[in-house]
Each structure stands twice: as structure tokens, then as C-alpha cells.
Design a protein around this ligand. Structure first.
Ligand code: AMP
Length: 131
């Protein structure tokens, strides 16, 4: 069965996209810890990050770095934190979380954002990434 992230990649379900290239996509987490919480995902569907081949792993880190730079430029924060969990969605993804304090890394802490605010934020980060 296709993962929910493959469905986003194929356009079957919508997402607030912030970056994309041939091999990777980044979109806002639908249930963010903090404004700008983003997921960076390889288009090739693999469950566990350490099962990725070495090249895809390093390319994912490079892509995530570029997305983090765009996020930091657009979202007021101290720095962008990075985490890999994967207990909910079995398709590799790197969480990038703009941090205002340590609590923003706690996945029990959530912020509520309107669809309009999510779309506006995604568009602004994408413009930074594309520039
Ligand atoms: P985990 O697999 O434990 O790293 O968590 C999966 C993350 O994916 C959670 O933070 C969810 O909020 C997020 N998520 C699940 N479905 C979607 C979706 N359709 N669009 C964006 N984010 C999602």
C-alpha cells in the first residue's frame, strides 16, 4: 500500500509544499510542533532512514539543509532543529522544526494554524527556497 507521503508526491492528496526537486519533496507537517515545522521526504518510498542507500541518505541531508536555510530566513526562531522518528508514517522523513525553545522539540506540544496561514507560510518558504 502506498504511504500517505507517496500520495502527496503523486498529487493524490494535497500538502503545503515548501520545496521539491527530482528526488525529494518538503511540505509543512499537518500537525506542527511549531510554525514552519516541515517534513523532508525522499520520493523513493523506504520505511527506515538507515535502510536508505548511502547516496540517497546524504542527498536527503543536503536537501534538508537547503530547506532549513530557507526556513530560518522566513520563520522567526533561534535555530532550526532536526529530528527523525518515523513511528507514525513508514516512509522516511526528516522533521525540521523552527525552535523558539527546547519545548518545540516535544511532539506532545502542538500549535494550531489555519489553512490560510499554513498556505501563506509554505508559499513564503518556497519563494526563499526557489530564490
Ligand atoms: P513520525 O512518523 O512519528 O515521524 O510522524 C509523522 C509525522 O507526519 C507527524 O508529525 C504527522 O503530523 C505528520 N503527517 C501525517 N500525515 C501528514 C500529512 N498528510 N501531511 C503532512 N504531515 C503529515
Amino acid at each position: 500500500m502506498m504511504s500517505v507521503f507517496t500520495k502527496i508526491i503523486t498529487g493524490e492528496i494535497p500538502a503545503f509544499k515548501v520545496a521539491e526537486n527530482e528526488d525529494f519533496i518538503a511540505f509543512l507537517d499537518i500537525n506542527p510542533n511549531a510554525p514552519g515545522h516541515t517534513l523532508c521526504v525522499p520520493k523513493k518510498e523506504v520505511d527506515y532512514i538507515f535502510d536508505l542507500d548511502g547516496m540517497t541518505y546524504f542527498d536527503l541531508m543536503d536537501f534538508s539543509r537547503e530547506v532549513a536555510i530557507a526556513l530560518k530566513e522566513e520563520v522567526p526562531c533561534l535555530r532550526v532543529g532536526m529530528s527523525v522518528i518515523g513511528l507514525e508514517v513508514p516512509h522516511v522523513h526528516v522533521h525540521l522544526i523552527p525552535l523558539r525553545d527546547m519545548e518545540d522539540m516535544r511532539f506532545s506540544n502542538k500549535v494550531s494554524m489555519s489553512k490560510e496561514d499554513m498556505q501563506d507560510l509554505a508559499d513564503r518558504v518556497k519563494a526563499r527556497f526557489d530564490s
